[in-house]
Design a protein around this ligand. Structure first.
Ligand code: F6P
Length: 363
């Protein structure tokens, strides 16, 4: 059977285990020899016990677990050619020429570069007698399929990344809990949610929780935001509301690009309205814990599709990423999506927010 390995890289997210499980089982079902690579790219470079053959039962009872059971890491060694040489050697000596990477855009870009370099890495390994001529010939093509694991929903080409739905559930649960205590004391709460460069979690959470105001990176507030915010909060209270909820994405900014932090918003509310105000920072609670049914199924579907893409790959097939389009798991050229994602980041850095939102859209 073909050698296939799965690894998770970068920040973890709920649903990654469902994806790992699906890759392992679909791979075995299709006759592959399937391996786990533990601790992301670091495990690929270090080899040894980090690369372990998986069997049907090694992925039993993991679908409901948050995080990633095979570990994840940010790896500096893989950035250097010597690290990638070691990684290639570890794969070739085990007969692994199919890789499923579950991570963010950085991790997917790394996998694509590795694929492009594969031939020259193998040449160098052969020159240095680290692999045999037979191995050089037999394993001359590397195939890559990616999936995006990120709670931020910050990748172009997919409707949802694996983990976003679970993070939203967690945020909504937290806001509901805050609302009841805010009501009792007639307080204003500022909730900081994750999303370094992407306001999806904050925006959707605000809609689903009837928040009074949301601050996100893609829609920087105008100069008169303080006035507008205070007016709105006051109106709410005058109409009989006992509380206010304000959601701040951690990457929120104003039009000059200065951060709008929870602390700053609190200062504004307290100084102008004298409202009893508290901050709740949700932090990594959003990224941990049990995955939602949606993320479990999403991981399963994407994992199966990724393995099928690899099994159908020819030497000419470009690296692909499995994404969600409507309710379909589809394969897209990995680098097209990465380039679009990077173009969004550039548009935001250039303060061209309309372009950023447009690029992030579907077509
Ligand atoms: O997974 C992405 C993310 O949730 C960002 O929104 C956040 O800024 C970041 O992870 C924090 O991750 P870490 O603590 O692992 O650096």
């Amino acid at each position: 059977g073909k050698g296939l390995a799965v690894f998770t890289s970068g920040g973890d997210s709920q649903g990654m285990n469902a994806a790992v499980r699906s890759v392992v089982r679909m791979g075995i079902y299709l006759g592959c020899k399937v391996y786990f690579i533990r601790e992301g790219y670091q495990g690929m470079v270090d080899g040894g016990d980090n690369i372990e053959e998986a069997n049907w039962s090694s992925v039993s009872s993991i679908i409901h677990k948050g995080g990633t059971i095979i570990g994840s890491a940010r790896c500096m060694d893989f950035i250097k050619r010597e690290g990638r040489l070691k990684a290639a050697c570890n794969l070739v000596t085990r007969g692994i020429t199919n890789l499923v990477v579950i991570g963010g855009d950085g991790s997917l870009t790394g996998a694509n570069l590795f694929r492009q370099e594969w031939s020259s890495l193998l040449d160098e390994l052969l020159e240095n007698n680290r692999i045999t001529k037979d191995q050089r010939e037999k394993y001359k093509y590397l195939h890559i399929a990616g999936m995006v694991g990120s709670i931020d929903n910050d990748f172009c080409g997919t409707d949802m990344t694996i983990g976003t739905d679970s993070a939203l559930h967690r945020i909504i649960e937290a806001i509901d809990a805050i609302v009841s205590t805010a009501y009792s004391h007639q307080r204003t709460f500022i909730m900081e949610v994750m999303g370094r460069h992407c306001g999806y979690l904050a925006l959707v959470a605000a809609l689903a929780s009837e928040a009074d105001q949301v601050f996100i990176p893609e829609d920087p507030v105008p100069n008169n935001w303080v006035e507008k915010l205070c007016k709105r909060l006051q109106q709410e209270r005058r109409s009989g509301q006992r509380l206010n909820i304000i959601i701040v994405a951690e990457g929120a900014i104003d039009r000059e690009g200065k951060p709008i932090t929870a602390e700053l918003v609190k200062k504004v509310v307290v100084e102008n309205l004298k409202q009893d105000t508290r901050i709740t920072v949700l932090g990594h609670v959003q990224r941990g814990g049990s995955p939602s049914a949606f993320d479990r199924i999403l991981g399963c579907r994407m994992g199966a599709e990724a393995v099928m893409a690899l099994m159908e790959a020819t030497p000419e097939t470009e690296a692909c990423v499995v994404t969600l389009d409507g309710n379909q798991a589809v394969r897209l050229p990995l680098m097209d999506c990465v380039h679009r994602t990077k173009a969004v980041a550039k548009a935001m850095a250039d303060k061209n927010w309309d372009l950023a939102v447009q690029l992030r859209g579907r077509s």
